[in-house]
Ligand binder design. Structure first.
Ligand code: FES
Length: 425
């Protein structure tokens, strides 16, 4: 590629070129940085109000090292950071706002490509949506999951234990001190929720779609290999500029079909439906609810992680991570499009065909011993949900799969809270 997008700003010896370069030079940037180097935007959702992303400044530093090493020039910029735990009324209401922020930040600035630093649930789809709308080369680096939670001698999962313990407290099985004592043990390192909740799911989806380097999804946030991956991603994005490897070459219908199938195998969150659909929409790829049934239903869930199963993201990484899952799927002809292109220039299957699988097939199970044979997302239709609703069979009890009974309608959330503990109900 001969003409860089950033050259429209920095490449001219005229009044405008003077202005664009001059103000940038107030940061101490030497002239040679503007002489045809790919300008790599580092799109950072760092925020101390998004605790899952609060360690991103350090990750950004490692991305920069990689960009410099490969001959690019990194520029870091902030975007709206919508953290799941603090933001009211719900981070979901600002996913699209964040995606617009990202889109306009990329479109309006002199960047040739972007590294997307994402973590907490909505930040991954939001940044992918914004970058997809601009169709620039982009690579996702997630912040990685927290270490396993520890409480009174057992492992506890962020994002699930709070509900379980609160139920136990309300039911009188534990007292208030016991309940509150789990707070610090649940969140004992930087990173995102360590269950297969939405953050881990979307990190897996970014990897399955081909928008990140292999292993990005599972390396723990505080594992030094997370910083190595950030460094390598910084190097790789510079090459992606030279190869003109834009998101439209990666985010194809085939990539989304792979992601749907992978989501079934990992027991991923139902929120993946909402987010993949939105990312596909930005790319002009048709993806609807029926695709989840057509492609995903019947895929065995082989990753034994909470909330569907027993383990947490740390064990998932130590067992081989997502490449190991994709290898198992591919060997059983369960990968719909193994030739789909990924960010490192190789196909998904090339990246995973020889992936090592560690342990005793407990965390990443074999296909003949899944935690659920008919995994995937169940699309429900009926008079309660005429446009469709989704359910994750791997996290549901068998009784929930077929049920006939009276419906209880609550007036509002307060009514629900007051009545749900009423034994008469
Ligand atoms: Fe941020 Fe769970 S609250 S990942």
């Amino acid at each position: 590629k001969t003409t860089l997008r950033s050259a429209q700003w920095f490449g001219n010896a005229d009044k405008n070129g003077f202005m664009y370069r001059s103000w940038m030079k107030n940061q101490g940037i030497p002239d040679h940085e503007f002489q045809g180097k790919p300008i790599i935007g580092i799109c950072n959702t760092w925020s101390e109000l998004t605790p899952c992303n609060a360690h991103f400044r350090k990750i950004a530093e490692h991305v920069k090292r990689g960009v410099y090493e490969a001959g690019g020039f990194p520029v870091e910029f902030p975007v709206f950071s919508n953290g799941e735990s603090n933001l009211r009324p719900t981070a979901m209401l600002t996913r699209n706002l964040a995606s617009m922020d990202v889109e306009e930040a990329i479109r309006g600035n002199p960047v040739d490509a972007v590294v997307l630093l994402t973590g907490c649930d909505k930040t991954t789809p939001a940044l992918l949506m914004g970058a997809a709308s601009c169709d620039v080369p982009a690579i996702v680096v997630t912040g990685g999951p927290m270490l396993n939670g520890k409480h009174h001698g057992r492992d506890i999962g962020a994002g699930t234990i709070v509900w379980q313990m609160h139920e136990a407290y309300k039911g009188g099985l534990i007292d208030l001190n016991e309940f509150l004592s789990a707070e610090a043990g649940m969140s004992r390192s930087a990173g995102t929720c360590n269950t297969m909740g939405t953050a881990s799911t979307m990190a897996c989806m970014a990897e399955a779609l081909g928008t990140s380097l292999p292993h990005n999804a599972a390396i723990p946030a505080v594992d030094s290999r997370r910083y190595v991956l950030a460094h390598l991603s910084g190097m790789r994005i510079v090459d992606m500029v030279h190869e003109d490897l834009r998101l439209s070459k990666i985010l194809t219908k085939q990539a989304f079909e792979n992601a749907i199938r992978v989501n079934a195998a990992i027991g991923g969150s139902t929120n993946a439906v909402i987010h993949l659909k939105a990312i596909a929409g930005r790319m002009g790829v048709e993806l609807d609810l029926d695709d989840w049934t057509r492609v995903g239903r019947g895929t065995p869930t082989i990753v034994d992680l909470q909330p569907s199963g027993r383990f947490l993201m740390e064990e998932f990484y130590y067992s081989g991570g997502l490449p190991a899952v994709i290898r198992r799927m591919g060997e059983a002809n369960l990968l719909p499009n193994p030739d789909a292109l990924t960010a490192n220039g190789k196909s998904l299957w090339e990246n995973c065909a020889d992936a090592p699988i560690y342990g005793k097939d407990e965390v990443i199970r074999t296909l003949d011993n899944p935690i659920r044979q008919d995994g995937g997302i169940c699309v429900l239709r009926g008079n309660l949900a005429p446009k469709g609703a989704v359910l994750k069979p791997s996290a549901a009890t068998a009784e929930l799969m077929q049920h006939r009974g009276r419906a209880v309608v609550f007036e509002d959330l307060e009514d629900y809270k007051a009545r749900i503990v009423d034994p008469d109900l």
